[in-house]
Write a protein that binds this ligand. Structure first.
Ligand code: NDP
Length: 284
C-alpha cells in the first residue's frame, strides 16, 4: 500500500514524495535530460516539483517550465523567493519573473527561501497580494526555526503559512526536538529537503551504514528508498529528493510503497538517535 498523501491546512493534498531541482539548469547541455527526468517523475505520480528563483539563477525554473509544458494541471508547483525580494514591489517582480520562466500563470505554493532583512509582516503582505492577484495559490516559508515560526504566527495573517521547508534526513534529526512537534500540533506539513543528504555527501557514511544496508537487503529495496521511506514515515512530512537519473526517479517513486516496520524504525533510531536537546536548525 502506498503512503498516504500529505495534507496542507487548506485541504490540498500532495504525494509524500515530490521532486527537487537544485543544480538543474546549470548547463544547457543537460536541460533536455533534466526535463525528461522530471516528466518521468510526473508519469509515476511525483506531482510536486520544488524549485526556486535562486537555482541556477532562474535556470532550474526554466527546466521546470519545459518539463511541465502541456501538463500544468498535473503539477503542484513550488517555487521560492529570495529573502531580499520578499516584500513590496520586489516580490511582485520576482514572482512575475518566476512565472515567465516556469511558463505558467500561477504557482501552487510560493515560499520565502530563508529569513533575511525584510520584516516578516512585509512578506505576509506581499504573499497576500500575490494571492489576491491569483499568481500564487498559497504561501509558506523555508529554513525558519521555532522562534521565527512563533513570530510569524504572532503576526496578522502569519498562520496562513502552509509549510516550513527544512533540511531533514536520517542523520540530521534536530527538528524532531521542537520544530517538527510544533508544526504537527498545528497540522502544518514539513517539506524535507536533502532527504538523501545529497547522496550521502552531507553525512559521510550514511549510505554505507550497516543498519540502513541491512534493512534495504531485508526489504529488497535500495538504501535511498530506506532513507526516503524513513523520512515520510513521520506524520505530516513529505520528502523532495532531486534526481536527474531516470533510475533514481523510478526508485524514489517506488519508496512511496515502502513501509518500515516498528523493529526497523527502532534499528534506525539506534543507529541515528533522535536529538535529546535543542540544536541549531541544520541548513545547507
Ligand atoms: P538530495 O538529498 O535530494 O540529493 C540529491 C542527490 O541524490 C543527487 O546527486 C541525486 O543524483 C542523488 N539521488 C537522487 N535519487 C537517488 C537514488 N534513488 N539513489 C541514489 N542517489 C540518488 O539533495 P538536494 O540538495 O537536491 O535536496 C532536494 C531538494 O530540496 C533540492 O533539489 C531543492 O529542490 C530542495 N532544497 C531546498 C533548500 C532550501 O533552502 N529550501 C536547500 C536544499 C535543497 P542524480 O541527480 O544524479 O539522480
Amino acid at each position: 500500500m502506498s503512503k498516504n498523501p500529505v495534507l496542507f491546512p487548506d485541504g490540498q493534498t500532495v504525494p509524500a514524495i515530490g521532486q527537487g531541482t537544485w543544480y538543474m539548469g546549470e548547463r544547457n547541455s543537460d536541460v533536455v535530460s533534466e526535463a525528461r527526468a522530471l516528466r518521468h517523475g510526473l508519469d509515476l505520480g511525483l506531482s510536486l516539483i520544488d524549485t526556486a528563483e535562486m537555482y541556477a539563477d532562474g535556470g532550474a525554473e526554466k527546466v521546470v517550465g519545459q518539463a511541465i509544458h502541456g501538463r500544468r494541471d498535473e503539477v503542484f508547483l513550488v517555487s521560492k523567493v529570495y529573502p531580499q525580494n520578499a516584500g513590496g514591489q520586489k516580490a511582485a517582480v520576482a514572482c512575475e519573473n518566476s512565472l515567465r520562466r516556469l511558463q505558467t500563470d500561477y504557482i501552487d505554493l510560493y515560499l520565502l527561501h530563508w529569513r533575511g532583512g525584510i520584516p516578516l509582516s512585509d512578506t505576509i503582505d506581499a504573499m497576500e497580494q500575490l494571492q489576491r492577484e491569483g499568481k500564487i495559490k498559497r504561501w509558506g516559508v523555508s529554513n525558519l526555526d521555532v522562534a521565527d515560526m512563533e513570530e510569524l504566527w504572532s503576526l496578522p495573517g502569519g498562520s496562513d503559512c502552509m509549510t516550513d521547508q527544512v533540511l531533514y534526513h536520517l542523520a540530521s534529526r534536530g527538528i524532531e526536538f521542537d520544530l517538527l512537534p510544533w508544526c504537527q500540533q498545528r497540522s502544518l506539513p514539513i517539506m524535507a529537503y536533502c532527504p538523501l543528504a545529497q547522496a550521502g555527501n552531507l553525512r559521510s557514511g550514511l549510505l554505507d551504514n550497516q543498519s540502513v544496508r541491512d534493512i534495504a537487503y531485508q526489504l529488497g529495496i535500495t538504501v535511498a528508498q530506506v532513507l526516503l521511506a524513513w523520512v515520510i514515515s513521520r506524520p505530516g512530512v513529505m520528502a523532495i529528493p532531486k534526481a536527474t537519473s531516470i533510475d533514481h526517479v523510478t526508485e524514489n517513486a517506488g519508496a512511496l510503497a515502502v513501509t518500515l516496520s516498528e523493529a526497523q524504525l527502532q534499528t534506525l533510531d539506534k543507529a541515528f538517535p533522535a536529538p535529546a536537546r535543542k540544536t541549531h536548525l541544520d541548513i545547507v
